[in-house]
Design a protein around this ligand. Structure first.
Ligand code: NAP
Ligand code: ZN
Ligand code: ZN
Length: 347
């Protein structure tokens, strides 16, 4: 076992604080990674504060990981010491169900193992995530990262990037489609960049007027304030797609009305409380409300390669690990531009 340094929440109402724990020695299929950068996803906050229920304490969040390989097991062929690699939202799955066989490990029928707060496949322990000095991951779930791009700006691609890329590909978003992104935070800013790169005409739907300039610089063609009833009414029947990244409860019915006939609204944001939806917005326009969870390993590699080729990275604000609690508060206040990333050298 190797002792690693980390930051953990000890309870839902406690700030994160220094913590240490033991990681397994690399087994035959394992890659040991020294973590250089870890992005701060809103899911980290939902989990640390037990907003979704089921958090096991101490909880070490973090699933936007970029680092350097330090050791590999005897069967590892794809990586060697010194390689730059990434780890995203999950680190294992059953690997034999039909979804795993179709490169959809995130929908593993036997339950995938998330990077933190998740049972290992042998059900012996709960995973601890990337706010830590090292992580040990079986090679199938390790991604290759090009060192062409600044690594701190690549880290958020491992969750915010793939979570927005996957539905854009799955629902076949293409040049000329009218697409709206709801909520300009970590996921939202990647959705704008990626959808614009695929040729969609992008509208940013935000409750924050001061984000308009940023939205345009990120690649949005239009900006609309969701708090302005006239603006919202004027956008009825406008969009082929809506990508909803909002982390708090909000009325889906208002947004469904903005879809054209056959339009699709994709829920990515995961508010803890359910929201009622009426039948009529669906019936009247043959509209769909769907959801999507991150993306499989093969697609995550495809997304990283796509971003390297198109020079797409996250807009980040670097923090030291001891600023993590302040970063959570600022994220909750919508004051994030547009992803906090922890410099793990400060751990
Ligand atoms: P974030 O950076 O905090 O961004 C969320 C944005 O939503 C905010 O910047 C804000 O944008 C808007 N918002 C927040 N509270 C709101 C409210 N009360 N009413 C209206 N708008 C509000 O969060 P994130 O890291 O992008 O994550 C967003 C959500 O996606 C979280 O629930 C997270 O758990 C979830 N998530 C899901 C997946 C998946 O696989 N589906 C993956 C990762 C994260 P404006 O100021 O522009 O309105
Ligand atoms: Zn995430
Ligand atoms: Zn499976």
């Amino acid at each position: 076992m190797t002792l690693v340094k980390a930051y953990a929440a000890q309870a839902a109402d406690q700030p994160l604080a220094p913590y240490s724990f033991e990681r397994r020695e690399p087994q035959a299929e394992d890659v040991e990674i020294k973590i250089l950068f870890c992005g701060v996803c809103h899911s980290d906050i939902h989990t640390a504060r037990n907003e979704w229920g089921g958090t096991v304490y101490p909880s070490v969040p973090g699933h936007e990981i970029v680092g350097t390989v330090t050791r590999v097991g005897s069967n590892v062929t794809r990586f060697k010491e010194g390689d730059t690699v990434g780890v995203g939202c999950f680190v294992d799955s059953c690997r034999h169900c039909s979804n795993c066989n179709d490169d959809l490990e995130q929908y593993c029928e036997n339950g995938h193992t998330q990077t933190y707060n998740s049972l290992s496949q042998d059900k012996q322990y709960t995973t601890l995530g990337g706010y830590s000095s090292h992580i040990v991951v079986t090679q199938h779930f390790v991604l290759s990262v090009s060192d062409k791009l600044p690594l701190e700006k690549v880290a958020p691609l491992l969750c915010a990037g793939i979570t927005t890329y996957s539905p854009l590909r799955h629902w076949g978003v293409k040049a000329g489609d009218k697409l709206a992104v709801v909520g300009l935070g970590g996921l939202g800013h990647m959705a704008v960049k990626l959808a614009a790169s695929m040729g969609a005409e992008v509208t940013m739907l935000s409750r924050s007027p001061k984000k308009e300039k940023d939205a345009n610089e990120l690649g949005a063609h239009h900006f609309a304030l969701t708090t302005d009833a006239d603006t919202m009414a004027g956008l009825a029947n406008t969009f082929n797609f809506i990508i909803d990244t909002v982390s708090a409860p909000h009325d889906y019915n208002e947004y469904l009305a903005l879809l054209k006939t056959d339009g699709v609204m994709v829920l990515l944001g995961a508010p803890p409380e359910p929201t009622p939806v009426g039948a009529f917005p669906f019936i009247m326009g043959r509209r769909s409300l769907v959801g999507s969870l991150v993306g499989g390993i093969k697609e995550t590699q495809e997304m990283l390669d796509y971003c390297a080729e198109h020079n797409i990275t996250s807009d980040v604000e670097m923090i030291n690990i001891n600023q993590i609690n302040e970063a959570y508060e600022r994220t909750l206040a919508g004051d994030v531009h547009y992803r906090f990333v922890i410099d793990m050298a400060t751990l």
